[in-house]
Every structure is written in C-alpha cells, then in structure tokens.
Design a protein around this ligand. Sequence first.
Ligand code: UD1
Ligand code: UDP
Length: 354
Amino acid sequence: MTLHLLTIIGARPQFIKAAAVSRAVALRGDLHETIVHTGQHYDANMSDIFFEELAIPRPDHHLGIGGGTHGAMTGRQLEAIERVLLDERPDMVLVYGDTNSTLAGALAAVKLHIPVAHVEAGLRSFNRRMPEEINRVLTDHAADMLFAPTETAMRNLAAEGIAPGRCHLVGDVMYDASLFYRERARMPEWFPGLGIEPGEFVLATVHRAENTDDPARLSGIMQGLAGCGLPVILPLHPRTRGRLRDCAIAPGPNVRITDPVGYLEMVWLEANCRVVATDSGGVQKEAYFFAKPCVTLRDETEWVELVESGWNVLAGASSRTISECMQMRSVGLTGSLYGKGDAAKTIVHLLQAQ
Ligand code: UD1
Ligand code: UDP
C-alpha cells in the first residue's frame, strides 16, 4: 500500500535534512511525499538555493509565513498547516529539528489525529530559555515515531518517560547529507579574491537568539573573532547582520563578512578551513564530519558527544576564551558518532513498516 507522507519544512537546516530523506523516499515506489514549506526562511539564499542545489522536490504548498514574534509566527503556521492537512489527509506527517515550523506542524497534525514522525528527536540543551528547547520537548511528546540521531538522545527520551517502542536510534541525516554532497562541494567564486590560503582560515557562523539579541554577547563574539590571529570567513545570517547594524558593532579587520552561502559552498568552506567557530547546531556536527575542531559560541550544546570526544569546545561569548580556543588543533577521528550514513534509508524503511 502506498503511504502518503506529508513533510513540513521551513528553515535552512530543515531543507538539508529533508534533502537526504526525500532522496531515500524517491528511491522507493511505495511512498508518496507531499512537501509543505511554511515560508519561515524566505530569502533566496536562505531557501530557494537549497531546493535548486540539492534537488529537493518543489514544495506542493508554500505558506509564506515568516517573520514576527514566536507566538504570531507559530500561530499563523498552525492555522495554515491545519488547512493543508484537512485537504491532503496524509497518513503521516514528518517534521524535522526544533524550529517554530516543527512545532506548528506537529501540533496541527496531532490535533487532527494524524500520526507524527520527528526526525532529530531527543536533543536537549536543558536550557528552557531557548525557543528551540521548548519546540523540541513539545514536538517529541506529540510524536508517534521519534527518530533519534544518538544514544544520548535516546536516553533523554527515556528519561522523559516516552514509550521506548516509539523511539528509534537511526543515526543523523546530516551525516548522510555530508557524505553525499562532499563530492559536489564547490569553492565560492569570491574565495580566490580574498587572498586567503585554504586551510588557513576560521569559518564562523552566528545566528542564535541568545547571541544576536544580547549586545554584550554579540560584541564579545565579534571581539573574539577579531582577536583570534587568523583570517575569519563569516557567512552571515540576516538576523545577525541586522543586529550588528543596530548595535553599531564593527567586525575586526581580519573578519570577512559574506552573504549566507549555499550548502555546496558551505561544505567546501568546512572542508577547507582550519577551525570552525559557530553557534549553529548543524555546523558543529559538520565540523566533525570534515575532521575540523569546533569552537562553539554557546554555554551549552545538545551535541555533548562532540565535547566529550575533544572535537568541540564550549567557549561561550567571552572574547578571550574564544580567541584562545581558536588555537586548538584536530585530535584525530575515532569512529563515527552519528551512525553509518544510512539514517535516511532507515527512517523511510521504518515509516513504511509501521
Ligand atoms: C530559526 C530557528 C533556529 C534555527 C535557525 C536556522 C526558531 C525558533 N528558530 O532561527 O532554531 O537554528 O532558524 O537558521 O524557529 N530573516 C530574514 N530572511 C530569512 C529568514 C530570516 O531576513 O530568509 C530574518 C528576519 O528578520 C527574521 C529573523 O531573521 O525575523 C529571524 O528568523 P527566524 O526564522 O525567526 O529565526 P532564526 O534565527 O532564523
Ligand atoms: N549553512 C549553509 N550556508 C550558510 C550557513 C549554514 O548552507 O551560510 C548550512 C550548514 O552547512 C548546515 C545548516 O545550514 O547544514 C545549519 O543551519 P543553521 O546554522 O542555520 O541552523 P541550526 O543547525 O543551528 O539549526
């Protein structure tokens, strides 16, 4: 029997995760996928570029709901997704990660008694001031099938009393994506003009609300990058660009700010940098996939195994700590922390088998 799967995505990391799963779906004849884009991310270089580069099927529904406060965005998405679900009547709804689009999708589906599957279940920072933490906890408790990337995530779900039969350890779909796309990585056309040698720069990203919305933290991070003694390439999220302007924070002379890049260029930068400095969840893992040390610009991380294995150091937003941490070197890969690269295939198999 053909399973009708309705996938809800809206933000940059979800396009990359969905690319891996949609490719696995397309390889089977017994699943029909409908894609809904909430519109949470809407700039061409935050959305369209990923559909083009990663050959993700065009969304069947584009809701055009981005921007605004958390309540307004989530509420408008909830209402619009409910209408789509009533119309499409899928057998299962698939959501990814921890954004407002994730929560809106899970909530709309569970209220209509449509089973929910959650990719990247069980991640916890234990910081309830993070909007993502609330989104994750609520989504996991609404979900019928929980696809966890790591043993730690499985333990977190068990500790919250979620029935073990619902939880599946599958590995990380971002690892699948990095394996598939590394062959297709592309040097940004502006890179040679920077006069920076491959292997001799820091690749940085900053977008977390806790950093962008706190001028002291944002300024500490920019000073840390300025003082690290290496050239820094900083493809900047539009939220952060706006906050730097509002707070009149100028980047150091060694920091080259660029627009957000596509995934294929991002993968090239990750593969060719010396160190990664980031507050992104996905980029922390990708640093490890490309065997680069990672300085995490946060006080805690969900990806604790990276810290335990010595690949990741939590530097917070203190300029001195950040600059010092940037001197770290690779420690050598020891096995794979995120599965075997077949997470998407496993997810699709489990969805069809339920
Ligand atoms: C969201 C997710 C975060 C994820 C990140 C990935 C939530 C609560 N947060 O954070 O978990 O790590 O996406 O990148 O869902 N903006 C633009 N153009 C765009 C997108 C955003 O200008 O294409 C600006 C707008 O001013 C917008 C702001 O960025 O209000 C924040 O966007 P939003 O989607 O609310 O949060 P992110 O910081 O992107
Ligand atoms: N990414 C990208 N271009 C950029 C910055 C990030 O393609 O300019 C990719 C990155 O490689 C990773 C994903 O976007 O796959 C991470 O998304 P983001 O940092 O926005 O969100 P998070 O993972 O923190 O939720």
